[in-house]
Ligand binder design. Structure first.
Ligand code: ZN
Length: 314
């Protein structure tokens, strides 16, 4: 049985960040404006380090390069293709959009960014911005140029346990009072469309990227209709697929007893979002993120554990 490979999160200060990454997950955050924990990432802007065991101290990018057997990846990417973050929105995030692979490669030398959100916690009446009302490109450009944000942007309520798919080209914003687990392609490219005319500590506005945003926004907005799929559900375990796109699958497992799940010969990424217990005789607890090696054929669970699993789709 191959060991689970635990990773150290990397923290990012954001003007909209807070302190819930410490209060909810026990992370040792640098300050009370911490917006993001990159819990699984090999991106050049934040490359997680292995916390334990045989590979302790290696960066995830090094593990990926030096030990391909751990991953048995079908990915055509030379670089580790996925990223998992936990986001604490103490205030609204900017209204933004992400490019697809082709656009990102040409303009940013980065991957595109398909992303999706599992809502870990939500204040009452919390909302997201998801989509827009423009029917064609001219209408979109005109509403943006004339700052008609209330007319253009669509607000939707978000509650604990909700799941949102945010494909490239989707206008979106995470708003105040949400704690979110985000799964995405390994990309750090965001085109900011609107930032509520908000100023930072120094009195500066954050940069907008209107031209590129206009080029990549889907018009009209394409509402995602993918349904969750139950893989297994009884009173001891719930296992469901939240999403499968061209890059990754995201699954939720809620385990309340001793259970075994079979796994194919590929690596899985796991993030524990509630509870604690054991997986293959290793302790896991809320806030832990780890790699389950490709050659591990089954997962033996015990305890009350809720986790999000992500894996590559070839
Ligand atoms: Zn985004």
């Amino acid at each position: 049985m191959k060991e689970l490979i635990f990773l150290e999160p990397i923290f990012k200060e954001r003007i909209w960040g807070g302190n819930r990454l410490a209060t909810e997950f026990g992370y040792n955050i640098p300050n009370n404006k911490t917006g993001e924990a990159w819990v699984i990432s090999a991106h050049k802007n934040g490359d997680c380090q292995v916390k334990n065991g045989t590979y302790k101290g290696l960066k995830l990018s090094q593990l990926w390069q030096q030990y391909p057997k751990i991953f048995n990846s079908s990915s055509k990417n030379a670089e580790f293709p996925l990223m998992v973050k936990i986001i604490d929105a103490a205030d609204d995030l900017s209204v933004q959009v992400h490019p697809n692979d082709e656009f990102a490669k040409t303009h940013e030398n980065d991957l595109g960014k398909e992303e999706c959100w599992y809502i870990l916690d939500a204040e009452p009446n919390a909302e997201i911005i998801y989509g827009h009302t423009a029917k064609n490109k001219d209408e979109l450009d005109s509403m943006i140029d004339n700052n008609q944000w209330n007319k253009l942007l669509v607000n939707t309520s978000a509650q604990k346990g909700d799941f949102f798919n945010v494909p490239t080209g989707t206008v979106h914003a995470i708003k105040k009072g949400l704690l979110i687990l985000e799964v995405q392609q390994s990309s750090d490219t965001t085109y900011r469309l609107y930032d509520y005319d908000r100023r930072d500590d120094k009195g500066d506005l954050r940069e907008l990227h209107l031209d590129k945003a206009k080029q990549v926004i889907n018009v009209p907005h394409d509402n995602d209709t993918q349904q969750c799929k139950v893989i297994k559900s009884n009173n001891l375990i719930t296992h469901m697929r939240l999403l499968q796109n061209n890059y990754f699958s995201v699954e939720l497992i809620r385990n309340t007893s001793t259970n075994i799940i079979n796994k194919p010969n590929q690596y899985w990424l796991a993030s524990v979002i509630n509870g604690n217990g054991q997986i293959n005789n290793q302790m896991v607890r809320k806030g832990d993120s780890f790699i389950i090696q490709s050659s591990t054929k089954e997962l033996r669970f015990s305890g009350n554990i809720e986790l999000i699993i992500t894996y590559e789709v070839s």
